[in-house]
Design a protein around this ligand. Structure first.
Ligand SMILES: Nc1ncnc2c1ncn2[C@@H]1O[C@H](COP(=O)(O)OP(=O)(O)OP(=O)(O)O)[C@@H](O)[C@H]1O
Length: 707
């Protein structure tokens, strides 16, 4: 589906074209006029300059003289193929059922004969006038009765004569024909007569011909249907169609101005009602906000229900992926493949239960698996086993939502941070000719220096809120993830986070603010929408509450969401759906690829993952502890920590009250089992909460830090 394009082209030209909510680079060229609809000539505004200037503007927007499908052979062929396939199918459908249609006709012929004879008798007897006769007879008006009788005779007599003149010769002719003609001709005649009688004996509730109902073959879109549907959902008033409804890819596109004062975003909120009013499957109806003004709407309606079109992931059966390049991720409702390039980015995926997060992230994981150079760190924190297919090639694989799994996830985040610092140091020391596009990891760099281990790392944390909400590791994990998401992408570490709880508590602000690729599946409410897609997206009409999550066996819009890469690009995409059996087959292929390439690492190579030596707040306390002191007040420690590691502890100083700062420190120390006590330190400031040196765990080697 081509949707809206309002992204500056590289040339610097800005061309805004809106197609059904999706932002694309170029306007579609494959439009075919299909529908004679009322088209008002574009209004010429008074202030657009001279007569010539106004005509120029009109000409610029004028539809092409030769319809595009006559100029592009592919579109013409595609349309012709579609039409032939459609009519061939419909023809075959009815041809197969024609014997049943015949039987039905025969069975209805007695009723048809009865009806025709009844009508004939009623006509001859002028039955229409019977109620009037009855009324006059009841009134006892003799004069009126006589007038009516005369009139009745005058009308009925010629009918009787006509009937006799027609019926007798016809009956005789038929009898003669039956006796004289060969048997097959008589049979054909009787059969035809019975068919005609059968047609006359039809029942409107039981049509003779089976209605060809196919959800994926939609009737063409027409303006009266749109107007009626808008009215049905409460949008009353004059609707102006900006252009004729046209074929646009595998659907129809209508661009319209809603009645004055009605915002186009209302259609987004009422997509379901609109589809209901149009009597079309929800997945076929895609409204979007136009670019000209807030009341300009674009409605794209699919010719076929996208759910009935099975599209296999292009890498399912063969092929490799390259994490430094694009891999196929999904398709737009128009059926165009949407590639995804993840190097140099990170990904945030959000959606309610059943919206298709795991299926979408599985596409990314399998693409990573099919790049033999890519290290996979997989944390499936739902514990459902949906990513087991990738386990055989994973450098690290954790599945579950218990304490141990959350600790393992935090540990992995620290390990990724340590790896980031290692890479950063290496890249900083490289000669400038090795990093012509800036100090970041590239495929060329990784290939040139294989011993430096700069190959991409794909780290997926599925249902990451499980870690962020964990009472012990949550806060720490949020801080590490916040640092990682900002810095890791330049060094070939791709972070992919998914959550079914997009809210402030389950996704730290630092994470949501710094996500680059965002994929928002079905969600409820504008807060969750903007948390996943970025502030202001809901207002701009990029709304994921238009999608419906899976319900039972019906996938509905599952796997469909808004995919954005920057504030100005957004498109509706349905991620490829890869079933578990297929995913396992891809996993086996990935294992073979890596075994042949000798690139199995970590757990996949049978190694045990050692926990990283990492800094904790206990290490930081050791670092700031005054030499020789056996006790220090908490508020003093907070000030010292904030000076030592402002990125971690400066926010604690926002609290002016020393007691409140002490409470924050006590809460942070609790997971490390470091107690705080009421301490009186004479040379300091009397009695207050504080920490005893003897309660600190022994100092350990701090992780390398070049912050
Ligand atoms: N792209 C897709 N195309 C078609 N169906 C899909 C797609 N993605 C998911 N589904 C269907 O939706 C169901 C739910 O998908 P999935 O488990 O990925 O959702 P989820 O958001 O991870 O749900 P939960 O949070 O409950 O685990 C799947 O079982 C599948 O039937």
């Amino acid at each position: 589906m081509a949707l809206l394009s309002h992204r500056p082209e590289e040339s610097g030209e800005v061309e805004r074209k809106v197609f059904d909510g999706e932002i694309v680079d170029e306007a579609p060229t494959d439009t075919v006029r299909v529908d004679e609809v009322r088209v008002d000539a574009p209004e010429v505004l008074d202030d657009t300059g001279s007569w010539v200037a106004r005509r120029r503007a009109l000409l610029a927007d004028a539809p092409p003289i030769i319809p595009p499908y006559l100029r592009t052979r592919e579109q013409l062929e595609e349309t012709a193929r579609w039409a032939v396939a459609y009519y061939a199918h419909v023809g075959a459908f009815h041809a197969t059922r024609s014997p049943f249609y015949m039987l039905r006709l025969m069975a209805r012929s007695p009723r048809g004969a009865g009806r025709l004879i009844g009508r004939w008798v009623a006509w001859v007897a002028d039955a229409q006038a019977a109620p009037v006769h009855a009324k006059v007879a009841a009134s006892g008006d003799v004069q009126a009765w006589l007038v009516l009788s005369r009139e009745h005779s005058r009308r009925v007599k010629p009918r009787r004569i006509t009937s006799a003149v027609v019926a007798v010769p016809v009956a005789l002719a038929m009898l003669t024909a039956v006796l004289v003609m060969p048997a097959w001709v008589s049979g054909l005649g009787v059969w035809l007569l019975l068919c005609l009688l059968g047609l006359a004996g039809g029942d409107p509730d039981r049509p003779l011909i089976a209605r060809y109902v196919a959800a994926q073959l939609q009737r063409p879109l027409a303006s009266p249907e749109i107007e009626a549907a808008l009215e049905a959902i409460g949008i009353k008033g004059k609707v102006d169609f900006v252009e004729q409804i046209a074929v646009d890819g595998p659907g129809w596109r209508a661009e319209l101005d809603l009645p004055p004062g009605v915002l186009a975003e209302r259609l987004l909120d009422k997509r379901k009602e609109l589809a209901g009013a149009m009597r079309r499957p929800l997945q076929c109806v895609w409204p979007s906000v136009g670019s000209e003004h807030p009341s300009r709407a674009v409605l794209w309606v699919a010719k076929r229900d996208p759910r009935t079109i099975k599209r296999a992931w292009p890498l399912l059966a063969d092929g490799q992926a390259d994490m430094y390049a694009a891999f196929p991720f999904g398709v737009t409702p128009r059926g165009e493949t949407v590639p995804l390039t993840l190097i140099g980015t990170n990904v945030l995926i959000g959606g309610v239960m059943g919206s298709g997060k795991t299926s979408a992230v599985l596409v990314i994981a399998l693409a990573g698996a099919l790049d033999p150079t890519c290290q996979l760190w997989l944390f499936e924190l739902k514990g459902s086993g949906d990513m087991e297919s990738v386990q055989p090639v994973a450098h690290r694989y954790v599945q579950g939502d218990d304490d141990e799994h959350c600790h393992a996830a935090l540990d992995a985040m620290y390990a990724l941070e340590a790896e980031l610092k290692r890479r950063k140091k290496i890249v900083a020391a490289l000669p400038v000719e090795d990093v012509p596009t800036g100090r970041k990891v590239t495929r060329a760099l990784a290939d040139k220096y294989p011993h430096l281990d700069l190959d991409p790392i794909l780290a997926i944390f599925d249902e990451v809120h499980t870690v962020f909400e964990h009472p012990e590791v949550g806060k720490e994990a949020a801080e590490v993830a916040g640092r990682l998401i900002r810095k890791a992408r330049a060094y070939g570490i791709i972070l992919v986070l998914t959550t079914q709880k997009p809210d402030g508590d389950s996704i730290p602000k630092m994470v949501s603010d710094n996500a680059i690729v965002r994929f928002c599946l079905a969600i409820t409410g504008h807060i969750a929408n903007d948390l996943v897609l970025g502030t202001g997206m809901y207002k701009r009409g990029i709304r994921a509450n238009i999608f419906e999550p899976a319900e039972g066996d019906d996938p509905k819009d599952s796997g469909t969401g808004w995919l954005t890469r920057s504030a100005t690009s957004a498109k509706i995409v349905r991620a490829y759906f890869i079933g578990q059996a297929d995913a396992r087959a891809v996993g086996r292929r990935a294992l073979a690829l890596r075994t042949a390439a000798g690139t199995l690492t970590g757990e996949a190579a049978g190694r045990t993952v050692e926990p990283v030596v990492r800094e904790t707040i206990a290490d930081h306390l050791h670092a700031v502890w005054p030499e020789g002191a056996d006790r220090v007040h908490s508020h003093r420690l907070v000030e010292a920590l904030a000076a030592y590691r402002p990125e971690l502890y400066a926010p604690w100083l926002e609290e002016d009250d020393p007691a409140a700062r002490s409470t924050t420190l006590a809460a942070a120390l609790k997971p490390h089992r470091i107690p705080t006590h009421q301490l009186t330190i004479r040379d300091c400031c009397g009695g207050a909460k504080g920490v005893r040196h003897q309660d600190l765990p022994p100092a350990k080697t701090p992780a390398d830090d070049d912050e």
